[in-house]
Design a protein around this ligand. Structure first.
Ligand code: FAD
Length: 481
């Protein structure tokens, strides 16, 4: 174990996470008289709203996930560390994180926890193996591999005269914004992008099914926009099955139970899970020590100052919080991050506290296909091309870094104007690496060992001597007799 000795007499702020909550907290502390240590289990800041475009070949992973270190490189009061936080000690005021098997303990004076949420399979975690969620770059690349891979395999089998229906059936579970966007994009891919690329299969025949236990598409957008979105999806060729509960998932398909009691098994190799979220397990770590309440999604009930009850130096922001029915959206995380950073600044400057946190709703939007989206801003409801243009502008503005905005714009032009997609790489490792790693009892830690430098040096010296001898004795290239 290493204790990170931050030699400073400045106020030490530790930020957990490099998502919207973590990154914007660190940025909002720019110029403050504090030492910030940002610890995150990924090296990038991920723009989750565009993950579906990585999964369907429109954008590359780098365009939606710039290196956090690079984003913060000009901010001298922040140090960035890679590692998974496994423990927070509220009494000792320390955070413990691991990289592979190395442990580091970092002390703090103020802590901002922004570890986000993962996918929830509602108690059926074994579904994850066959129906990846959509939360990380790994998820998006795995899904890209599975989607494009399914078409490849279908072409192979169809050329041998074999049945390929199970390969050309794509099921998206969950009709929220992510599910709607994924289903729309797979439909566009099969109907437009791939239509000329195969010989033995007709990609346009692919079935894209969107299932949800709820009675409508996009419930948070209200009934009218939900209905419009459903009609737009159906025009694209997506089969929308509502009131349909997924009861089982395996390698070859999934079982769906309908409201009328009917049960159906859908043969489908490629399933995508976009149905639920579960807050980071760090919420439980905080709740166990502070007595704070957790809701069903594992989100922690914070005070109206976004702090942990009884621990005013610990802030929790973003997808991890349960407060006033706030949704799990980027703006809640960004505004919470700015509020927490501002509170810390005011405390060290001995200024009076801020009024309680108040969320300002800037609206919501979701795309259905190219040139078609729905948007809700205050009481205004929009759909179609205008909503899509707004979606384009907002996503471009919030994408981090000019470099990424520029290249994303070029890739969007390619996709939206010509139907082509520039990011169609899919590899075996993208598809299978996750399940291979899960088979290792200690995960990636099993794949590394402390290097034995002395042994390595002896091997290198011996090889160099042998190379020199071959040259000196003229033995190189001589055929042995
Ligand atoms: C597919 C998808 C589409 C979305 N679309 C939209 C949209 O269109 N509009 C919108 O407003 N919102 C959207 N959201 C929601 C939005 O992305 C989240 O609300 C937002 O990212 C929450 O920010 P956060 O900082 O709380 O968490 P995150 O952004 O998830 O960041 C969490 C961070 O914590 C790190 N972390 C997690 N656990 C640990 C640990 N133990 N140790 C160290 N680091 C850890 C992660 O690596 C990550 O850096 C979408 C989400 C998804 C998944």
């Amino acid at each position: 174990m290493v204790v990170m000795a931050v030699v400073t007499n400045k106020h030490r702020v530790v930020v957990i996470g490099s998502g919207f909550g973590g990154l914007f907290s660190a940025k909002a502390l720019k110029g403050a008289d504090v030492e910030v240590t940002l610890i995150a289990k990924t090296t990038h800041h991920l723009f989750q709203p565009l993950l579906y475009q990585v999964a369907t070949g429109i954008l590359s992973e780098g365009e939606i996930a710039p290196a956090t270190r690079e984003v913060l490189s000009k901010q001298a009061n922040v140090a960035v560390h890679l590692g998974e936080v496994t423990d927070i000690d509220l009494e000792a005021r320390t955070v413990t994180h691991h990289v592979l098997s190395r442990e580091t303990v970092t002390p703090y004076d103020s802590l901002i926890v922004a570890a986000g949420a993962g996918q929830s399979y509602f108690g059926n975690d074994h579904f994850a193996l066959h129906a990846p969620g959509m939360k990380s770059i790994d998820d998006a690349l795995e899904l890209r591999g599975r989607i494009f891979g399914a078409f490849e395999l279908a072409e192979n089998l169809a050329a041998q005269g074999r049945d390929v229906d199970h390969l050309l059936t794509f099921v998206v579970v969950g009709a929220g914004p992510t599910g709607v966007e994924m289903a729309g994009q797979i439909a566009e891919l099969s109907r437009r992008t791939l239509k000329r690329d195969f010989r033995a299969i007709e990609s346009r025949q692919a079935r894209v099914i969107l299932v949800d236990a709820a009675g409508q598409v996009l419930p948070p957008f209200g009934q009218r926009l939900g209905q419009k979105s459903q009609e737009a999806l159906e025009d694209l060729g997506v089969e929308v099955q509502l009131g349909a509960m997924v009861t089982d998932v395996d390698e070859r398909g999934l079982t769906v139970k309908y409201k009328d009691g009917r049960e159906e098994t859908i043969a489908s190799v490629t399933k995508i899970w976009a149905a639920g979220v579960q807050a980071s397990p760090l919420g439980k770590v905080l709740a166990d020590q502070s007595g704070a309440e957790l809701d069903r999604a594992g989100r922690i009930r914070v005070t109206s100052e976004l702090t942990l009850p009884g621990y005013p130096e610990v802030f929790v922001v973003g997808d991890m919080i349960a407060l006033d029915n706030l949704p799990g959206v980027a703006q809640v995380a960004i505004q919470g991050a700015k509020y927490s950073a501002k509170t810390i600044r005011r405390r060290i400057e001995d200024k009076p506290p801020l009024p309680p946190f108040k969320y300002f709703d800037k609206g919501s939007m979701a795309t259905i296909s190219r040139f078609d989206a729905v948007a809700m801003i205050g009481k205004v409801r929009l759909s179609g091309f205008i909503a899509w243009l707004m979606w384009l502008a907002v996503h471009l503005v919030y994408l981090t870094g000019f470099k990424n905005q520029f290249t994303a714009l070029i890739h969007w032009a390619v996709t939206f104007l010509s139907n082509d997609r520039s990011q169609r790489v899919s590899t075996e490792q993208q598809i299978f690496a996750r399940s291979a790693l899960q088979r290792l009892p200690r995960g990636t830690s099993e794949l590394v060992s402390e290097p034995d430098f002395e042994r390595a040096r002896a091997i290198l010296e011996e090889a160099a001597l042998e190379q020199a001898r071959l040259t000196d004795e003229g033995e190189r290239g001589r055929v042995p007799v």
